[in-house]
Every structure is written in structure tokens, then in C-alpha cells.
Write a protein that binds this ligand. Structure first.
Ligand code: HBI
Ligand code: FE
Length: 296
């Protein structure tokens, strides 16, 4: 695995079952048990990202970050964060040991509980890890959960997830989450900005997604996204761009059923595909992925 690839990989299957887990897979955060080394890993990640993000992260992300009781000094305490978060958008953070089964994940989101990994990556793996740890989940996702538009969207996603599963359309719905909540970009009047957590928590993908000429950048279109595969182990080949974060609210209020009917047929696109119907914000060179075709 390329050391430069500091992105979380979202496996689609949950990790090994934690011993004596609760039905909802939550655990105590165990904040008092964090070691000085673990707090130091947080400090390193936090300091390099907060230095980098101004000018790359969207205004909503920066605003959310500024309002949260979070600093470089220590891994945040989920109860403290939840007090501020709950007052802002009714969300709370619950600790989990890693990836949890889809239906458990959806049920938490549908009830405004954001599952966050309570573990942190090792100093030897600052730039890449298999599952969402506390830095990915808390630093990457929680600032945007302070914004009502994202707060409503992720709850709608949770509710929609349970239904998509019953309709056999989870893959298509997970693509919507991937290309927005995890790897979404938004066009601000002062330029293109990051709102996706998978990017915001990744040093090199923060730069790549905005500054590299390699990836395609295409205006978000729901059906197009539902049909587009994604990579889980390297930078994205395409980023979908919202005109405005208000579009998340429109998405949250969209009836997906007609889309699921249309998705029963028709094409699935590869991440690097470009369609004549795409509203192109940037036509990428593809150099990055051509240079490193298959990482495994
Ligand atoms: N579990 N803890 C955790 N975090 C996630 O982001 C997550 C998960 N389980 C399933 C999952 N994501 C995705 O596969 C769903 O969006 C489909
Ligand atoms: Fe995530």
C-alpha cells in the first residue's frame, strides 16, 4: 500500500465482532485509558490538518470546527463533543470499536447518533488505515454535523439505508454517501472547497482533490452518482461537486423510490468514466491513476 495514501478504507463488511458487544455495537469511549502516545498521534494529525484546511475546507466545515470543544492537545471526549453537537443539530456521538453492520449503522444515523471509532491509528500508519478511527470520524465528520443541512441529510441517509437494503439497492445508495459525506466537494463563490470527511481527514487527499489536475470534477447528479462505482483504497478518480450545501437538503427530501426503479436497468459507470451528459467542472488528466494503476 502506497504510504502516501492517507485515506480511510471503508470496508463494506463490518470488522470482527467485538467481544460481548451490545446489540447496537456501541462501547464506552474509554477516554481515560488513552495513552500519551495515542494523544500524541491525535496531536500530529490535528495540527497538520488544521494548518492545511483553511482555503481547502468549505466555510461550513471551518465554522463547525471552530464551535466544537476540540483541540490538538488530546483526543476529544465524546460526551463533551455531544453536548455542543446536540445543542446545534440534535446529534450525539456514540463510540464503536470499528465498522458496524450496515443495518446497525443506518439505525444509529436514523436516530441522530453518529458512530465514531474510539480507537486511533498507530504512529506507524499516520497516512493509511483500514477502518474509520477517531480522527477520521471526529475530525472528518463531526464539524459538518454541526451544519443543519448535513445533519438532516445524514439522518435521511440512515432512514433511506434501511429501506434501500429491503429493496436491494444498498450499493446504489452507499455511492451517494460516498460521493457526498465522504468525498464531496462544493463550489463556493471564492472557489472549490471540501466538505467530505474522507478528504478532510486526509492530508494528501485534501490537496489532491482540490489542486491536482488528475481527477475529474463533475457537477453532482443523483442518478449519475448512484450508477458510479468508487475506489476504497486510493484517491478518488472523480469528485462530484455541489453548487451549494443547500443541495444536501434537497437530496434529503428526495423520494428515492423512482430512482431505484430506473436503476433496475441501465449502465454502471467506472470511477474514471466521463459522459457526454456530464456537467464538467474539470476534465482530469488521469495521470495519477495511470501512473499507479493497481495498488494491489
Ligand atoms: N460503520 N462505524 C462505521 N462507520 C461507517 O462509516 C460505516 C459503518 N458500517 C457500514 C458503512 N459505513 C457503509 O458500508 C454504509 O454506508 C453502507
Ligand atoms: Fe466516514
Amino acid at each position: 500500500m502506497n504510504a502516501d495514501n492517507d485515506k480511510v478504507r471503508h470496508g463494506l463488511a463490518a470488522g470482527p465482532a467485538a467481544a460481548s458487544q451490545r446489540a447496537d455495537w456501541t462501547v464506552d469511549q474509554g477516554w481515560a485509558a488513552y495513552t500519551a502516545e495515542q494523544h500524541a498521534v491525535w496531536k500530529t494529525l490535528y495540527e497538520r490538518q488544521t494548518r492545511l484546511l483553511p482555503g481547502l475546507a468549505c466555510d461550513a466545515f471551518v465554522d463547525g470546527m471552530n464551535k466544537l470543544p476540540m483541540s490538538a492537545e488530546r483526543i476529544p471526549n465524546f460526551e463533551e463533543l455531544s453536548e455542543t453537537l446536540h445543542a446545534a443539530t440534535g446529534w450525539q456521538i456514540v463510540a464503536v470499536p470499528g465498522l458496524v453492520p450496515d443495518d446497525v449503522f443506518f439505525d444509529h444515523l436514523a436516530n441522530r447518533r453518529f458512530p465514531s471509532g474510539n480507537f486511533i491509528r498507530g504512529a506507524h500508519e499516520l497516512d493509511y488505515l483500514e477502518e474509520p478511527d477517531v480522527f477520521h470520524d471526529v475530525f472528518g465528520h463531526v464539524p459538518m454535523l454541526m451544519n443543519p443541512l448535513m445533519a438532516d441529510f445524514i439522518q435521511a441517509y440512515g432512514k433511506g439505508g434501511l429501506r434501500a437494503q429491503s429493496l436491494g439497492k444498498l450499493t446504489e445508495l452507499a455511492r451517494v454517501y460516498w460521493y457526498t459525506v465522504e468525498f464531496g466537494l462544493v463550489q463556493q463563490t471564492d472557489g472549490l472547497r471540501i466538505y467530505g470527511a474522507g478528504i478532510a481527514s486526509s492530508l494528501s487527499e485534501s490537496r489532491f482533490s482540490i489542486q491536482s489536475d488528475s481527477p475529474n470534477r463533475i457537477a453532482f447528479d443523483l442518478e449519475r452518482v448512484m450508477r458510479t462505482n468508487y475506489r476504497i483504497d486510493d484517491f478518488q478518480e472523480v469528485y462530484f461537486v455541489l453548487d451549494d450545501l443547500q443541495d444536501l437538503l434537497a437530496l434529503a427530501n428526495t423520494e428515492f423510490a423512482p430512482y431505484y426503479v430506473r436503476l433496475d436497468g441501465g449502465p454502471t459507470y467506472m470511477p474514471g468514466d466521463m459522459l457526454t451528459t456530464d456537467k464538467v467542472s474539470h476534465r482530469g488528466t488521469g495521470n495519477y491513476h495511470r501512473a499507479a494503476p493497481d495498488k494491489h
